[in-house]
Design a protein around this ligand. Structure first.
Ligand code: AMP
Ligand code: ZN
Length: 462
């Protein structure tokens, strides 16, 4: 049984999808006007692990991620750059896909774009208006929040019925209440637009997710995800639109929200100069190292990115990969004796993951198993059978984490690298320490660390 923390109830709930063994899952996608950044990486890796884990647990998932390719920020940026908004969004949609691939994030079943679905959006806006949930002003169509009795149930925020108070007198374009939100924005000079019964214009931000999840997953879905910042107003407004349009059964059964990522303790922003894009991240770290870093935290926790934290992750992952290499090296013939230990680790790991994807606790069981096995290998009580059995557990875990290396060859030195190590040993034998150290430094620059031990020089990739 899988338990999932549902933002809507504020509790962990037993997970029961609408259709047995099938999941309808939707995660809010990126607004494509700039390169994908570390915040995107955090959120989409976290949901990739959740999605892959649920697949590992036997569910077939229909997974939808929308592409927000029309938005105030997009129009603003395109105007600043003096280009057509499509030029901008096509470039950064491609950039998003490439970055997700680089981070080993599994493709969604579909990535619908907002601009490909304008008629679907208009239809919902029109119905909401016809049924009295929305009203038209001179600058758009607004959702009338007062019409939704349980508005605020997701964010648990009490939003006062503050009147803008300006509508009649000075600003006839104003919405009636501050908390009302735009479903349709009428065209202003120079803005892209589509025809609609409410005049030329474009959708407000929130309506796209109600329209696209309904189109691809039906009027009720199992899981809807996004980072915490989307709880209010975005997801609150999605609920209002969908439930007023399609009926009072909950639009979403389980609302999942991931924690925000900060950089060196601060919110990422261009003005602070701590804005890191994924391409730059991957110049310094591998996708596996970053995923491992994300997987150290609970998906709901905030996460702080720093060089020190990444160094720690790199070291722990490299130790685990060395351990897997050690397993791959075992050739001793004999019986399977480690089954009980591996089965227990697997059972406990899965138990923690079933409890709202509690990775930090799950890791404990994997590390426990590692130390049991290490001891057994040192005592020469570990067989090839044992090693194969243990590796299968690591492979299963990796089916959703995507962090480990199982190929032996990745750890072998190339002929050229080996020649360097031999040369250095020669120099050391001749007591030419300084020259030997130059080679050591050269290899270090290539990511190979040498350690001199009683049994000779050992090396590892760092
Ligand atoms: P956007 O491209 O701004 O529409 O965001 C796409 C997704 O990335 C949303 O779920 C955002 O909440 C999420 N996101 C943006 N910045 C961060 C961040 N710093 N940490 C975690 N998630 C983020
Ligand atoms: Zn959304």
């Amino acid at each position: 049984m899988v338990l999932i923390y549902n933002t809507l109830s504020g509790k962990k709930e037993e997970f029961n999808p609408i259709e047995k063994n099938k999941i309808r899952m939707y995660v809010c996608g990126p607004t494509v006007y700039g390169p994908a950044h570390l915040g995107h990486a955090r959120t989409y890796v976290a949901f990739d692990i959740i999605r892959r884990y649920l697949e590992f647990r036997g569910y077939a998932i229909n997974f939808v991620v929308n592409i927000t390719d029309i938005h105030d920020d997009i129009i603003k940026r395109a105007n600043e750059l003096n280009i057509n908004f499509l030029e901008l969004t096509e470039k950064f949609t491609e950039n998003y896909f490439q970055n997700m691939k680089s981070l080993k994030i599994k493709d969604a079943s579909i990535y619908p774009k907002v601009t490909d679905n304008i008629p679907e959006i208009i239809k919902i806006v029109k119905t909401l208006k016809d049924r009295g949930y929305a009203y038209e002003t001179e600058d758009g169509v607004y959702f009338n929040v007062a019409k939704m009795a349980d508005y605020g149930k997701l964010s648990h925020i009490k939003i006062s019925k503050q009147k803008t108070g300006t509508r009649v007198e000075t600003d006839k374009y104003e919405k009636e209440e501050a908390r009302d939100f735009a479903l349709w924005k009428k065209q202003k000079p120079g803005e892209p637009s589509w025809d609609s019964p409410f005049g030329k214009g474009r959708p407000g931000w929130h309506i796209e997710c109600s329209a696209l999840s309904t189109k691809h997953l039906g009027t009720q879905i199992d899981i809807h995800g996004g980072a915490r910042d989307l709880i209010f107003p975005h997801h609150e407004n999605e609920i209002a639109q969908s439930e007023c349009r399609f009926g009072k059964k909950p639009f979403v059964r389980y609302w999942l929200h991931s924690g925000f990522l900060t950089v060196a303790g601060q919110k990422m922003s261009k003005s602070l100069g701590n804005y890191i894009i994924i391409e730059d991240l991957l110049r310094e770290y591998s996708a596996e190292e970053f995923r491992f870093f994300i997987a150290q935290s609970h998906y709901r926790s905030p996460i702080n990115f720093s060089k020190e934290e990444m160094k720690k992750s790199r070291n722990s992952l490299s130790r685990l990969n060395e351990f897997i290499q050690r397993l791959l090296d075992v050739q001793k013939a004999g019986e399977l004796t480690v089954k009980k230990d591996v089965d227990l680790a697997r059972k406990n790991f899965v138990k923690e993951m079933d409890y709202d994807f509690n990775l930090p606790k799950a890791w404990v069981h994997l590390f426990k198993l590692e130390s049991i096995i290490n001891k057994r290998i040192s005592e020469e009580k570990f067989t090839k059978e044992d090693s194969d059995y243990a590796i299968q557990f690591f492979k299963d875990v990796d089916s959703f984490l995507q962090v480990f290396l199982f190929e032996k060859k990745l750890f072998e030195l190339s002929a050229e690298e080996k020649a360097f190590v031999d040369k250095r040993n020669e120099l050391r034998a001749q007591k030419k320490w300084a020259e030997a150290d130059v080679i050591r430094q050269e290899l270090l620059k290539k990511g190979i660390e040498l350690t001199d031990t009683k049994e000779g020089t050992k090396w590892k990739r760092i």
